[in-house]
Design a protein around this ligand. Sequence first.
Ligand SMILES: [Zn+2]
Length: 169
Amino acid sequence: MLTFVSDAQLMLSCAEALVRDAAATTGLRVTLSIWNDRANGIGAVVHESAVEPSTPVWEAVGWVEGGDCLAVHSPSAPTEAFPENGDRTEVTYDIANAAQQLVQVLLWRQGSDPTWPPCPEHPGRHPLRPEDSRWRRDGAVEAEGALALWVCPTGTTAIAIGDLPGGPP
Ligand SMILES: [Zn+2]
């Protein structure tokens, strides 16, 4: 399959939605930097804009300090069975998982409610979680209209990643 953008360009482009969501809802400035560590499956890292990333981790185990940053996989290659591998939706979903962990830890560290992004249906109860719309329970969404979403695990809230409402609290 022909690819018209590099993996790096794709990841940087998809990250814009997360940078925007974090800034618009928390004021936090996070960013994605390309990180070439194919041996460990790392294609990029998500980190505070002001921090020089040095230590990629897959899980933010309660804290982030120094150059800690959240690792993101390189886009996977499409296959016959999974032609959606490595497309915008999947890459955005993957970056959202890393960005969510980072933002939650940063909020916690500054003494703010780390529930991010908060579920508008269930205030004070839980964060939304990233989802690829192709995995939705009804299974009705065609790949063509695939979206990376913030969803409530039990309710009906589904907001496109990059479209979280609201200004900084
Ligand atoms: Zn909810």
